[in-house]
Design a protein around this ligand. Structure first.
Ligand code: DSN
Length: 421
């Protein structure tokens, strides 16, 4: 690891270059289990750092407010065509800056302030922008929220239907940030149709699994698909909105000029590359390996006495309820971090604790799968998590340091995409 990987940066601003190098080392040496993170390829990284960022391009390909778009138009058109092909949709907008602005654009397209909107409650696994109170979407709109059943940890579709029919929301969001189970897009579509609502699938977490055929696709069932591009899809930090042709104008108008100014062209280029990579047969294998690893890790954690929300996983994500281990989520997450295992603390459904000090941790397998770890490694990973949580309970720093060194040894044998060897 040397700062000379970015020689111009190193020469101009060694202080900043040193921080970038330190981050490269951290990402290389640790076991990154945050389910919304990944490693982009060197090609995505290069595309995202190009001179494309020198251009202003307000508007859309062929309809810009600035000249000199000969190349930019083609970059954006390429990203759009690749998104449409990969996800089987009529229309794609690749300009949203990230997931929250993408979802805000959906509100702008289909609702007026004060309208009722419906989504999964944040502490149940939803997202802030699905109408949760502390978000603008929950204060400018009237958010009504569904959750999971206390017995099973699964979405109760009868309860969702009853709420939708009682409230008749303008928009229904399905999807979220801590959902370990398959989303039944057909069930949501029939509910939205009965309630007369626009149905939005926020597939930010599972977009890569959908692209690789490891999770059913919402295409054809929902009005709009919202996704970030940097999670399982392994692109740069950005987002896309995809929809049926009938909604194309409303979505485009909401993104620009409704919400945003010039698109981040360098990000659009990175998205185009990531979509190209996701269309390769190797990405199908990757998506299925992510799920196989998550299932194997869940099984290994259950064997070690962990309590998993919904009893396991169907996708890339595992939500661990640590109540029975007598270690709060935040204490466990910070101890795991000291052990070289990076997770985030997270509420669990019906959590009696506060979001900033909740009962659970959230983990996932997109990053470790990108490094080539397989189901054979998952018992080792589960062991490390188990030992680190026990060490957290006893404040045993020596045990955490020992795990950190074992983690670094294994990670050294599995170089991360996009990082120096
Ligand atoms: N912050 C993302 C996540 O970690 O799931 C959601 O926006």
């Amino acid at each position: 690891m040397t700062a000379h990987r970015q020689p111009a940066l190193f020469a101009t601003d060694p202080e900043l270059a040193a921080l970038v190098s330190a981050e490269e080392t951290l990402q290389a040496e640790t076991l990154r289990l945050i389910p919304s993170e990944n490693y982009v390829s060197a090609a995505v990284l290069e595309a995202s750092g190009t001179v494309l960022q020198n251009k202003y391009s307000e508007g859309y390909p062929g309809r810009r407010y600035y000249e000199g778009q000969q190349n930019i138009d083609r970059v954006e058109a390429l990203a759009i065509e690749r998104a449409k092909g990969l996800f089987g949709v009529d229309h794609a907008n690749v300009q949203p800056y990230s997931g929250s602005p993408a979802n805000l654009a959906v509100y702008l397209a289909f609702a007026k302030p004060g309208d009722t909107v419906m989504g999964m409650a944040l502490p149940m696994g939803g997202h802030l922008t699905h109408g949760w109170g502390v978000s603008a979407t929950g204060s400018w709109f009237r958010g009504v929220q569904y959750g999971v059943s206390a017995d099973t940890g699964l979405v109760d579709y009868d309860a969702v239907r009853a709420l939708a029919l009682a409230e008749r929301p303008k928009i229904i969001f399905c999807g979220g940030t801590a959902l370990p189970r398959t989303i039944d897009f057909e069930a949501f579509a029939s509910i939205a149709e009965e309630a007369g609502s626009v149905l939005v699938a926020d597939v930010a977490h599972i977009a890569g699994l959908i692209a690789g055929g490891a999770h059913p696709s919402p295409a054809g069932h929902v009005d709009v698909i919202s996704t970030t591009t940097h999670k399982t899809l392994r692109g740069p930090r950005g987002a896309m909105l995809m929809c049926r042709e009938e909604h194309a104008k409303a979505i485009d108008k909401a993104v620009f000029p409704g919400l945003q100014g010039g698109p981040h062209n360098q990000t659009t280029a990175g998205i185009a590359v990531a979509l190209h990579e996701a269309a390769q047969p190797s990405f199908v294998s990757y998506a299925h390996a992510v799920v196989a690893n998550a299932k194997a890790l869940a099984a290994a954690l259950l064997e070690r006495g962990f309590d998993l929300v919904s009893g396991g996983t169907d996708n890339h994500l595992i939500l661990i309820d640590l109540t029975g281990k007598d270690v709060p989520g935040k204490v466990a997450a910070k101890a795991l971090d000291r052990a070289g295992i990076v997770v985030n603390y997270n509420t669990v459904p019906f959590d009696p604790r506060k979001p900033f000090d909740p009962s659970g941790i959230r983990i996932g397998t997109p990053s470790l799968t990108s490094r080539g770890l397989t189901v054979a490694h998952m018992p080792v990973v589960a062991d490390w998590i188990s030992r680190a949580v026990d060490a957290a309970a006893k404040a045993d720093e020596a045990a955490l340091a020992a795990i950190r060194s074992e983690v670094a040894d294994l990670m050294a044998a599995f170089p991360a995409p996009g990082l120096p060897l």
